[in-house]
Design a protein around this ligand. Sequence first.
Ligand SMILES: [Zn+2]
Length: 419
Amino acid sequence: MRGGLQTLCLAALAACIAAAAEPVYDLLLRGGHVIDPKNNISAPMDVAIAGGKIARVAAGIPPAMARRVADVSGLYVVPGLIDMHVHVYAGTGVKGVIAGDQSVYPDGFSFRSGITTMVDAGSAGWRNFADFRQRVIERARTRVLAFLNIAAGGMGPEGEDDPKLLDAEAAARVAREHRDLIVGIKTAHYKGPGWISVERAIEAGKLAGIPVMVDFGYLDDVRNLATLLTEKLRPGDIYTHPYSGHREELLPEGRLNPAMHAGRRRGILFDLGHGAGSFFWYVAVPAFREKFYPDVISTDLHTGSMNAGMKDLTNVMSKVLNLGVPLEEVIRMTTVNPARAIRRPELGRLETGAEADVTVLRLDRGNFGFVDAAGARMHGSQLLVAEMTIRAGRVEWDLNGRAAQDWTTFPYKKGTWRR
Ligand SMILES: [Zn+2]
C-alpha cells in the first residue's frame, strides 16, 4: 500500500516536472491582490498571460509554468485602466488649440499612469477625423478610441459654435465609417444660442447608434442643467465635468443642484473630466458628501491640465480615494464603468481569453497633497502609483523592473545596442 502511494506520488511529481520543463505562460504576475470589479473579485490571486491574452486568474499558479515571473506582492493587479476623456490630437502643427499643440501624444502619457485605453473626447470632428486616425491613432501602442466632435474641425481654430459646422448627418456618416474607433459624439464649449449643439449631437448619436458626451459650455436664458439632464440627454449619454460648478452643478447654498440627482436617476452617466478648469474641491466635497460619485474617473488630459492640478489618472483616482470612495469602486470607475459607457464590454476586465491589458498599482500611505483646477490643495493620506502596465501582453511600463532580469545574469550582447 505504502509503495503504491509512493509510486503514485512520484508519477505525479514526474508529470509536474515535465509540465514545468515547458512553461506555458509568457508572464506570471505573482503574489498580488486582484481587483476585477466586473467579476466582483477582490482577492489574492495570480494572473498568467500567454499569447497576448489573459490565460488564467487564480491563486497559487506555479511559477515554473511561466517564462517570466514578476513579483507583485503587496500590489494591486487590475484591468488595464481606461481614461475616457483625453486630448491626443497632437502633431497637426496648429498653435493654441486642442486639435494641435495643446494635445499630447498618447504613448507618452498613457502607460506611465497605468492606462491601456484612452478615449479622445472630441479633439477631432467629422472633417478631420481621418487625419487624426492616421496621424495619431494608428501609430499609437495605446488603444485609442474617440468621441467625434459634432463640429467639423473638432477643437481646432474654427471653434465649436458656428451652426454651419454642427452637422448631424456628416458626423453620423463619419462615425459609421470609423465604427472601429468612434464610440460616441461630443459637443463642447458651446456659447452660441439655444440648444443647437446638444440637439445636433444627439441627432448624430441617434443616427449612428452611439452615446453623446456633453461639455455643457455656457449657460444662457434657455440653456440650463435641469432641461439638459431631465429632457434632452438620453439614458447612457454622458455629462462631463460634473464637479466644475460652471453650470450651476452646485447651488449657492452649497448643495448639489437637484437636476444632477434627477439626471442620474434617468441613467445619465457622469464623467469626472478633471482638466484645467473642471474639478474644484469646493464643488467635489459637498457633492461627495451627498454621495454623488462619478460613474467614470477621467483626466481631460492636455498640456494645460497635466502640468497644473490634474497631473495624471492615478493622481485623479487618488483624489477620489481620499474623498472616501473605496479602492474597489475607484477601480470600477476606471475599468468596467468606462468600458460599459463606451459600449466596449470586452474591455476593463480580467478574464481568461480577454486581451491582456493589465495594470499593477501600488497604494502608498503617507502625507500627500492634491491640487484642484484652481490650485487649491487638499491633504490626503493615500496615493496610487502605476508600477506596471501591460498592453496586449506586452510590458509597456515597469517602474521597478519587476518583469526584468537582474543585470548580473542578463544576456547582454556586448558590442551591439541590441540584446
Ligand atoms: Zn476635454
